[in-house]
Ligand binder design. Structure first.
Ligand SMILES: Cc1cc2nc3c(=O)[nH]c(=O)nc-3n(C[C@H](O)[C@H](O)[C@H](O)COP(=O)(O)OP(=O)(O)OC[C@H]3O[C@@H](n4cnc5c(N)ncnc54)[C@H](O)[C@@H]3O)c2cc1C
Length: 408
């Protein structure tokens, strides 16, 4: 039996930032993941530091549209029929989180995380000489058909949460992003958000610095975690650590259950289409009506989005990636589909849109479930979780506690 200091299960962007915070505090870190660092869902996200997204997904305004949306195979929010029964408990809790009190609490918790997110990214990337991975040009939410009064109401909601945002009419939009199509009528500019030109390169950059500080990675899958800090690897080998931190994203559910937490974690599968050509955009552009995002990246243009409930095992539905090109061309007429690469990833989501962060059992901690915002929230989650580990208590993380589902 090996004795380790800190073992982190899962080397996605959340595992890596958690490792970074602990390594900067002088702890020795071992990452366990059958994939290489950053090769899971963190590989293909839209690269948007979406700090403006302080509203949980459980929104009562969704209700009238939900049944139609869920069953449309190419709609932005879909549930595969064969997965309906398994998803029902999650959706039951999702509906409960639409209640005003729950929504206000969840919004407040998300806002706290998002408010601190970019400062934490800046500190980590600055200290490690990786600043080029964070571009601070803000991002746009654009509208083709929604009238001005409604856009102003949406803007007011963001402003009421302290999100820095401003209204842009057609001329102002075109001045900022001349490549946008004439069909785009108005927009909201979130001035304090940012993006990364390559999410995978960002993870690799952090991993390289971690290695220089003595962190290790073993390409192995974890079969179980036990209270007291024991990790059982596939094949039966056992490791004992002072602290084990579970950061396996959408795959965390079974491992969490092993230490007594039956959590309503599911996956909102999402797709991207990576186009080799450049779009002419300088910042991410999301479409309100089409529910997808275009991000200018180092390797071309990434179109990303769509939510699909189908679990961890079902194969990808390539049509859901391909539909993104139709949407992309509506906003950017010159966009070329030749050489496009399809990809699917697993957003790890709880029905209240909050991650699970904090102490789980003696010697075991959780940091997963960052839904649509894992890139955005990775640095702040890593820093806050590391503080809790170093101080041996997670009271400041109460809104994110695993016990909010399972009781004390
Ligand atoms: C299409 C799409 C677009 C997105 N766009 C954005 C965006 O613009 N901005 C944003 O903030 N977020 C975005 N997200 C969400 C974001 O990508 C995720 O929230 C984030 O990547 C989750 O990171 P993670 O480290 O928790 O999970 P992952 O990156 O999935 O890492 C988990 C790791 O755990 C490993 N693992 C699993 N099981 C085991 C086991 N048994 N033993 C050991 N290791 C294990 C996996 O191999 C994996 O490497 C997007 C997601 C998708 C799908």
């Amino acid at each position: 039996m090996n004795n380790e200091d800190v073992v982190i299960v899962g080397a996605g962007v959340v595992g890596l930032t958690t490792a970074a915070a602990l390594s900067r505090a002088g702890r020795r870190v071992l990452l366990l993941d059958p994939l290489g660092p950053g090769e899971g869902t963190s590989y293909g996200n839209a690269g948007h530091f979406a700090t403006e997204q302080v509203f949980p997904l459980a929104d009562p305004a969704l209700l009238p549209r939900l049944p139609g949306m869920l069953l449309d195979p190419l709609g932005p929010f879909r549930i595969r029929l064969g997965y309906l029964l398994r998803a029902l408990p999650w959706f039951g809790r999702f509906l409960l989180n639409m209640r005003a009190g729950a929504r206000a609490r969840n919004t407040e918790a998300l806002r706290r995380l998002n408010e601190a997110a970019l400062a934490q990214w800046g500190a980590l990337l600055g200290e490690w000489g990786l600043e080029s991975h964070l571009v601070r040009e803000g991002s746009l939410l654009v509208f083709e058909r929604t009238d001005e009064a409604k856009v102003q109401r949406i803007l007011a909601q963001y402003l009421s949460q302290g999100v820095a945002a401003r209204y842009l009419d057609r001329a102002a939009l075109r001045a900022l992003e001349p490549a946008l199509s004439e069909a785009v009528q108005r927009g909201i500019w979130f001035t304090d958000t940012g993006h990364t030109p390559d999410p995978y390169a960002l993870s690799l950059g952090i991993w390289q610095r971690l290695r220089e500080q003595g962190a290790r990675h073993r390409a192995v899958s974890v079969a179980a975690i036990e209270p007291g800090g024991t990790v059982v690897l596939e094949g039966g080998e056992r490791l004992v650590a002072r602290e084990v931190i579970l950061c396996a994203g959408a795959h965390s559910k079974v491992l969490a259950a092993g230490v007594g937490h039956r959590l309503p974690l599911d996956t909102e599968r999402g797709y991207h289409l990576m186009l080799p050509g450049h779009s002419g955009l300088t910042r991410p552009v999301s479409s309100y009506e089409r529910s997808f995002i275009i991000t200018p990246m180092a390797g071309g243009t990434r179109l990303a989005g769509t939510v699909e409930f189908a679990g961890l095992a079902a194969p990808m539905d390539p049509r859901r990636a391909d539909i993104l090109l139709t949407h992309g061309q509506a906003l950017l007429p010159g966009l070329e589909g030749k050489g496009a690469e399809r990809w699917m990833g697993y957003r790890p989501s709880l029905p209240d849109s909050l991650p699970v962060m904090g102490a789980a059992a003696p010697g075991v901690w959780f940091n997963f479930g960052h839904q649509h915002l894992g890139l955005t929230q990775a640095a702040v989650s890593g820093a806050w979780l590391a503080d809790a580990v170093l101080q041996g208590q997670s009271a400041p993380l109460a809104p994110f506690s695993p016990r909010r589902f399972t009781g004390p």
